[in-house]
Design a protein around this ligand. Structure first.
Ligand SMILES: Cc1cc2nc3c(=O)[nH]c(=O)nc-3n(C[C@H](O)[C@H](O)[C@H](O)COP(=O)(O)O)c2cc1C
Length: 174
């Protein structure tokens, strides 16, 4: 698949077949994150790969209903960053997430972004605090997001660009 096909077929996949994602594929996805660009090349991020079923079930409770599909995922990659290391840590982590999401698509692995920053696990319990406690994340690291991974439960057709999307492109001036 070339990049054009990958971006057309990419979807947020929340339904998984239950089959195993090979360690080789997981490593390719991690590689795509590790090779992502970052502001000043600081790479303030760290990734935590979770494959333990019990931990995935607990991570599924990191959001009120928006992360339940982690229960059926085969793996998750938790992306955190040292917020003092770089003032572009949010953008840096977002690029990592996007690259891993696209790599997953290209090798037939379904993935979905679970937002961690600015979200709550329960009233008064920020998602970041909930996840940090579970995974022993040091205090100076903040949670950006979690990439849920699994073998897709369905196939997707490539998307075409409709008028509504094309209208978002302005030429020369807004
Ligand atoms: C910054 C960001 C945060 C997201 N957070 C969540 C989330 O917490 N839970 C979820 O199920 N999907 C989440 N998504 C996936 C979006 O819902 C999804 O990209 C959107 O509905 C469009 O669908 P598509 O990715 O299949 O094109 C997030 C995506 C992005 C880029």
């Amino acid at each position: 698949m070339d990049l054009e096909q990958i971006v057309q077929i990419r979807r947020s996949v929340r339904k998984y077949s239950g089959e195993n994602v090979s360690e080789e594929k997981i490593n390719l996805i991690l590689k795509a994150g590790l090779l992502a660009p970052s502001g000043k090349g600081i790479r303030p991020w760290e990734f935590i790969l979770v494959r333990n079923r019990e931990m995935l079930n607990l991570l599924a409770q990191c959001r009120k209903g928006q992360a339940a599909f982690l229960k059926n995922a085969d793996a998750a990659i938790v992306v955190v960053a040292d917020t003092h290391a770089s003032d572009t840590w949010v953008e840096d982590c977002a690029v990592v997430m996007a690259q891993m999401h696209l790599m997953a698509t290209s090798i037939g692995v379904g993935s979905c972004w679970v937002q961690g920053r600015l979200r709550d696990a329960a009233p008064g319990i920020p998602t970041g605090c909930y996840v940090a406690k579970l995974l022993g994340i040091p205090e100076n690291y903040a949670l950006e997001a979690i990439l849920s991974l699994g073998v897709p439960g369905a196939e997707f057709l490539p998307r075409e660009l409709g008028d509504a999307l094309l209208k978002k492109v302005h030429r020369e001036v807004f």
